[in-house]
Design a binder for this molecule. Structure first.
Ligand code: SF4
Ligand code: SF4
Length: 440
């Protein structure tokens, strides 16, 4: 029986697909399966059929929709400008409301969305408990007892150790007269697992001439909620972030996680879709306009000259939501190119998803592993000993790839801000107690 909820899908946008198929070669799930239903074009056809009342919100339909990584590579490839993620998120909202979203339907998922991600203290505690369980090898014990699937035990083994004490300052003074007043966005997972990366980001921006503050009142950006279809949850968090930025008086909101950045830059559209009034839409659009990825801000503030020195071979794994959603491709490459001694080796398909995709590696671990295995082959082909990225999910996924492909000791995963910070400090790119910085 058709589901009336699908009548609210953006039908004009669905009609923009001209079925040319240019998106198929860049779609990771199409590469894994060869199935039209697992391609962008096929998914658009399924969503149009749902909007036409020909398909219902069944578990099978939901599986097809949540098999998509929402990596948005299809948007970059599409000559017709189909806003794929916008249509997919509207579809997932209906599925979430019907209890068919894998991230929010289970009690554990719903608890994490509602009570862990928006609460830094609880999330840090959860990260610390997970690290302790790992140290005690509990996931491996669970696997031997048949209580934990082998693939989840493998993922757990690759998680970083608990971070050290959070050393983030409230304010970082600029070197010289302030060129900009920047509010650093700290987010949820990034802050709980890689707090030292925030410190490195703030120090780099301050060195480049910005006054950087870590503003109170900010919270999770809501991206994981929105991708799971929980639009109301995302809006609630967005309102807190908007109020926090407005109270700060900062010129820019700078983030170092590709997924968070895409969400923050998309707040205007989120509020329009959610039917929030004009005042909130304007406030959301103002936050979006002030948002910059850390690589964009740093390249702008530090426009010329070397950025330190480092003797290493690196390859860049683009964060999907940085490159395909925010369209930031050149800034990270330009920054890496200015580190003396660094040999940058471009990876084939660097802008193709690594399989992390928010919590896709938890909801679809086997599918995620298939995507990851292809990615690790591409990383190995570069001969690099450091893979650099700009998103906590990608960092965790790269760590899993390193463990899964037995590359420990030969390859490390490092956040680009940590790498630049090491270069500026003139230190060797040696991991500093693993999880304390965005390194593996
Ligand atoms: S590239 Fe764009 S227009 Fe062509 S099939 Fe894919 S989504 Fe449709
Ligand atoms: S968002 Fe990514 S996984 Fe989903 S259809 Fe587009 S290319 Fe494929």
């Amino acid at each position: 029986m058709p589901d009336a909820g699908f009548s609210a899908l953006p039908y004009d946008e669905l009609l923009t697909c001209i079925r040319c198929g240019f998106c198929l070669p860049v779609c990771p799930t199409y590469a894994s399966t060869g199935l039209e239903t697992a391609s962008p074009r096929g998914r658009l056809a399924l969503m149009k059929a749902a909007a036409d009342g020909e398909l219902a919100a069944t578990p099978r339909f939901a599986r097809e929709m949540f098999f998509c990584l929402e990596c948005r590579a299809c948007e970059t490839a599409c000559p017709a400008g189909v806003p794929f993620a916008h249509i997919m998120e509207a579809t997932r909202e209906v599925l979430h409301e019907r209890g068919l979203s894998p991230a929010t339907a289970s009690p554990a998922g719903a608890f994490a969305m509602r009570h862990l991600l928006p609460n830094q203290r609880r999330l840090r505690r959860a990260v610390s408990l997970a690290a302790t369980a790992n140290r005690l090898r509990l996931p491996q014990l669970g696997r031997r007892l048949g209580m934990v699937p082998p693939i989840l035990a493998e993922q757990a083994a690759a998680l970083p150790p608990a971070p050290g004490p959070r050393r983030l300052l409230d304010r970082y003074a600029p070197a010289g007269a302030a060129k900009a007043r920047i509010a650093l966005f700290t987010g949820c997972v990034m802050d709980a697992m890689f707090p030292a990366t925030h410190d490195a980001t703030a120090r780099l921006l301050a060195r480049a001439g910005a006054e950087v503050t870590v503003i109170p009142g900010q919270t999770c950006c809501g991206a994981l909620h929105d991708h799971a279809g929980d639009r109301a949850g995302a809006v609630e968090l967005a309102k807190a972030n908007i109020a926090a930025l407005e109270a700060s008086g900062a010129d820019l909101l700078v983030h170092n996680a590709g997924g968070c950045g895409a969400m923050l830059k998309g707040y205007g559209r989120l509020f329009a879709d959610a039917g929030e009034g004009a005042a909130w839409q304007d406030r959301a659009a103002a936050l979006a306009a002030a948002s910059r990825d850390a690589s964009e801000a740093l390249a702008e503030l530090w426009p010329e000259g070397d950025i330190g020195q480092l003797d290493a071979d690196v390859t860049l794994q683009d964060s999907c939501h940085l490159v395909h959603a925010q369209k930031v491709r050149s800034a990270p490459r330009a920054l890496l190119g200015r580190v003396r001694g660094l040999r940058v080796r471009e990876m084939a398909g660097a802008d193709s998803c690594c399989g992390s995709a928010g919590i896709y590696n938890l909801t679809n671990p086997e599918d995620s592993a298939q995507v990851l295995d292809r990615k690790m082959g591409a990383v190995a082909d570069t001969g690099a000993n450091i893979v650099v990225t700009a998103n906590p999910g990608c960092l965790i996924q790269m760590r899993w790839g390193i463990v899964r492909h037995r590359l420990e000791g030969r390859l490390r995963a490092v956040h680009i801000m940590d790498l630049l910070d090491l270069a500026v400090r003139g230190e060797h790119a040696t991991p500093e107690a693993g999880g304390r910085t965005g390194q593996a």
